[in-house]
Design a protein around this ligand. Structure first.
Ligand code: AMP
Length: 442
């Protein structure tokens, strides 16, 4: 026997039936995002390293510590994508999407890669469901309307998944001018206290001082109590932007909570930033992050454009999915078709029972009913099989059934056994499946 090989640390396999829940969540995303006119984009899993270095920002944790970089055979420096926004913006620029009617609305679903320390809710390969609204011209009413539309879509998606206890934590990091003002004030406040800061924060004091606000250390949080506040350094435009976003969200009854220290880890955000956390998760409690980005498209070689988007961590979303939604997402399993095989008896009309079972299974599939043909498996194994696949029924075909033109049906829910005319088996099973799906939904 060869040596066993395991999945790489921080990665995992998703198996049935859990994958059915993932597929159902993704189907909900596709349905809801389409309601807002978002189309799906699929970008490559690896890109030139420079895309993320410039797009996500050299000073971000992602770029400085977490990227999977490799050199390909041609000596190019490539990176497994750690997030999807930079790739979407690259594609927007590469395909000249600024010449399409604006805005361009795109969503994606797919794996991202970060070399983080694995723990519960934090993987090295994880999946994000995200959307980006990108436009070179402001919509009527200005850019805050874009932020609002994206948040309404996100809120509807989470609502349709059955979440009722979530809150959007929201803040503004201001436009470029406000940020520069604030950055100067924050550095002036923190520099004399540098001795008391961690090594990470001292480094950030130079590279990206706003990120220090994100610090998890209680000692640093205490120091930050007296720090200048971002809201006091916002210019009138940024203030107005934030006011509009908050007002509109309130009118639409999106539950929001202003979170003045929220700055987010990626460098490209301007104005609105937001996060959704779930009490049902442990330390890694953020299920979604997002915000607006004013300079990113230009930074990546495009026309100046306004962008706003979000990324939901699908793994974490699945961890806290409401139980009723999960139950609904799991479809009833296939019916099991089993042959009673008696080698001593002669096949009826030259058709052995296993052959008849295979034929019946195919007939059911043609009628749109999922079926698993287990051949002449023993009763114990058939029951185990039915249990594992959550089969709604076991159909038995023996010589007697073949002679009489019937099928013996054992419904697994009530364990009742009845004989059904072969000609009636499709309508009978359709009725059974319908009643089961009604039960799950109610
Ligand atoms: P970010 O791209 O860092 O804004 O992350 C957006 C969302 O992706 C987070 O709120 C998490 O739900 C999810 N996420 C980020 N990193 C990981 C990870 N290493 N493992 C699982 N989910 C993650």
């Amino acid at each position: 026997m060869g040596k066993r090989i395991q999945a790489v640390k921080g990665t995992r396999d998703l198996l049935p039936p859990e994958t059915a829940v993932w597929a159902a969540v993704e189907a909900t995303a596709r349905r809801v995002f389409a309601l807002y006119g978002f189309g799906e984009i699929r970008t490559p899993i690896f890109e030139e390293t420079e895309l993320f270095a410039r797009g996500v920002g050299e000073s971000s944790d992602i770029v400085s510590k977490e990227m999977y970089n490799f050199t390909d055979r041609g000596g190019r420096s490539l990176t497994l994508r750690p997030e999807n926004t930079a790739s979407v913006v690259r594609a927007y620029v590469e395909h000249g999407m600024h010449s399409l009617p604006q805005p361009v609305k795109l969503f994606y679903i797919g794996p991202q890669f970060r070399a983080e320390k694995p723990q519960k809710g934090r993987y090295r390969q994880f999946s994000q469901i995200g959307a980006e609204w990108i436009g070179t011209r402001a919509t009527a009413g200005g850019n805050p309307r874009a932020d609002v539309e994206v948040l309404l879509m996100l809120w509807r998606f989470l609502g349709d998944l059955g979440f009722s206890d979530l809150v959007v934590q929201i803040n503004t990091v201001g436009d470029a001018e406000s940020r520069a003002n604030y950055r100067a004030a924050l550095v002036a406040y923190l520099e004399p206290l540098a001795e008391q800061l961690s090594e990470d924060s001292r480094r950030r004091l130079v590279t990206n001082p706003l990120r220090i606000l994100d610090s998890k250390s209680p000692a640093e949080q205490a120091l930050l109590e007296g720090a200048p506040k971002l809201v006091d350094h916002l210019n009138e435009a940024s203030r107005g932007h934030f006011r509009t976003v908050l007002g509109e969200l309130q009118k639409a009854q999106v539950r929001t909570e202003v979170s003045p220290r929220l700055v987010r880890g990626l460098d490209y955000y301007t104005n609105t930033v937001f996060e959704i956390v779930s009490a049902g998760l442990g330390a890694q409690n953020a299920i979604c992050g997002g915000g607006a980005y004013e300079g990113l498209v230009e930074e990546l070689g495009g026309q100046p454009a306004y962008g706003v988007g979000f990324a939901i961590g699908e793994d974490r979303l699945l961890d806290v999915l409401p139980a009723a939604t999960r139950a609904r997402a799991l479809p009833p399993g296939p019916v099991i078709v089993r042959a009673l095989f008696d080698a001593k008896r002669t096949p009826v009309e030259a058709l052995s029972t296993p052959e008849a079972a295979t034929q019946l299974a195919e007939e059911l599939r043609t009628a749109g009913i999922a079926a698993v043909d287990v051949g002449a498996e023993s009763p114990a194994r058939t029951f185990a099989h039915a249990d594992h696949l959550r089969a709604p029924a076991i159909l038995v075909l023996g010589e007697d059934e073949l002679i009489n033109g019937t099928v013996t049906v054992r419904t697994t829910g009530d364990r009742a056994q009845r004989v059904v005319e072969r000609a009636q088996i499709v309508p009978y099973l359709k009725q059974l499946l319908l009643s089961l799906s009604l039960e799950v939904k109610s």
